[in-house]
Design a protein around this ligand. Sequence first.
Ligand code: SF4
Ligand code: ZN
Length: 725
Amino acid sequence: MSKIIATAAIRGAHRIVGECEKLLGRTITEKGKEAKIEFPETAYFLPMIYALLGEEVKQVGDMPPILDYTKGLLHEVPSDSVWLPYLGPTLDAGVATLFAEEMIVALRYLHGTEPQQDCNGFFTDTIMRTLGIQLVDGRMPGFAAILGAAPDSKTAVKIVRELQKRSILIFAGSSVNGTSIIDQLKAEGVQMGWEPYVVPYGRDTVSAIYPLDWAIRSALTFGGLKRGQAKECLLYCKERVFAFGLALGEVDDLKYATGAGAINMGFPVIADTEIPEIRPTGICTYEHVVHELDHDKIVPYSIQVRGVKVKVQEIDVPVPYSPAFEGEVVRRESMHVQMGQKYSKAVEYLRMRELDEVEDGKIELIGPDIDSVQPGEAMPLAIQVDVAGRRMQKDFEPILERRIHPYINMAMGVSHAGQRNIVWIRVSTETFQKGFRLAHFGTILHHQLHEEYGKIVDKAAVRIFTREPDVEKVLAEATRAFHERDARVEGMTDESVDDFYSCTLCQSFAPNHVCVISPERLGLCGAYNWLDGKASFEINPRGPNQPVKKGECLDPVKGIFKGVNEAVRLYSHGHLEQFTIYSLMDTPMTSCGCFECIMAILPETNGVMIVNREYPDMTPCGMKFTTLAGAVGGGQQTPGFLGIGRLYVTSRKFILAEGGMKRIVWMPKMLKDDVRTRFQKRAADEGMPDLLDRIADESVGSSVEEIMPFLQKAGHPALTLPPLL
Ligand code: SF4
Ligand code: ZN
């Protein structure tokens, strides 16, 4: 343990706690103790304080006792002659720093000075959940919080690109001598935001609390931990959240203090300056504070220190390739060519062939390439992928075909939207100039299909057509196949199969959660349906999706199956005895935290409401999505509340036990629009074709009192169904 670090961290903590005290005093004078304290869209109040101390800070007046406690964590600044043999006082200083920083930014929100210009500020619960699923499925192996600034903006870009290449989510901020990495990246035109994996949090070190706040919340949301379980929450972060700090430039007292806070959570700090290192093990998985002066090596070194498992994609294309580029937008001004949408005919189609019909790795371009068009023009395109394999099945065609979207999107400067005959692809000028051509689509698809689906894909070949008549021909064949596929999946019922599939992918975050996926009920994240489960099992027989023998059906209406219960007991590690597949009220399925929608009973209406993750406002149950989500997640069984995938809303098995879709009394308009076509078809089958119009939305009201008269006037069926409670 280095005394220099201890001294600096404790000194920094004293300073920041002092600043917090000053700001708090001023706020009490200016705004009063009753002034409301609130971060945007979270159910966790001030998350660090809530998780570690169990306290709900709701107004300014709640802060003074917390500040007193925080001060109690501060030790004397050790004099230079004192040798501190252990980390204790430094770690305490770190926790005090986190509390002080969190209170400061919360007070700044009250004063209207957060979020800072062009910065994200506090990360909402919605974002935390969306990222959760990417974490568990490995799309994002870890997170880096950058503090400070690189020696120059080119180096800043280099570091960020190295992290992006490895799909590591980057939180960028703080500064050194008035320069922030945020402005360095801006100067170089680097796209920032959640999609490109570079999120600017704020230009000072205090705002580095935002990424840490996000990490600690995952312990509560996904880990099923309760507020006040400080030790467990910190351990959870250490074991499951692969984060590290990168301190670029001089490390001042406040950065040491904040770093000491991060060390408590098991996150090491890697600096690019000659700082004293802390290398004992115990708290972090590996070293706590280390340095690497070479900017070319700092990223690989950090990954090694934190023990992040990354897979770098090495594909033979002339631009960087990684999930970090998946959400990148190619704007019209910077576009070389586009295909599809209203600009030209385009289609992509993957079909299964016999083994001897496919020559593996063969990539053909039939027609002119993208160097034949004037910049900004459109051209027709058909991408036909032929796949063969001893274990390939026709049912896997749509699953593999759906992967074309992320695969192509991951190339820098290429954007891909939609699928089938509604694709829309753009290639940027820069990417074109770097030598990217249509055949590279083939290179990417061939490589990725083998990489990800090697167990079922023995051979893959790609043909790319760019002449209108050829595109028409592929389109005709593909359209026939699409119709057939839809009929096959839509026609599947839970009765028609012997096996359902379990999914325990989210256990890396919610250790006792399991989804049971049946043909008529998809996973609550919306990303896994029965066919996906089946394919995933074929591909990886020891993976997260296992067949669940239905066994004897104990109740066809609630959906209770002997085999399902056995599986639930097994995968929940004995925490659950049973769950029903079709009931909201009786031992419903659990929720991990990444649900697309939440359903909740509204007892006064004798019905249920459904709210989707994207809807930010108040709902008739008196809670916003984020608050509701806080009550539902973490692998708990909560009758009356259920996380669901949105497609379940229009399933024939939708809460069968409670009367099905006729129970729905409220949904946000955007959700209604989203499910409209399927909903109306199903409602007609139920003998009530206009059901959707009888369901209230926010235009009617966001409280039970407001929607009740509407439901009565519309003659909503829930009012006459048997009582829910
Ligand atoms: Fe997680 Fe369930 Fe989705 Fe699997 S199906 S990824 S367990 S939410
Ligand atoms: Zn989940």
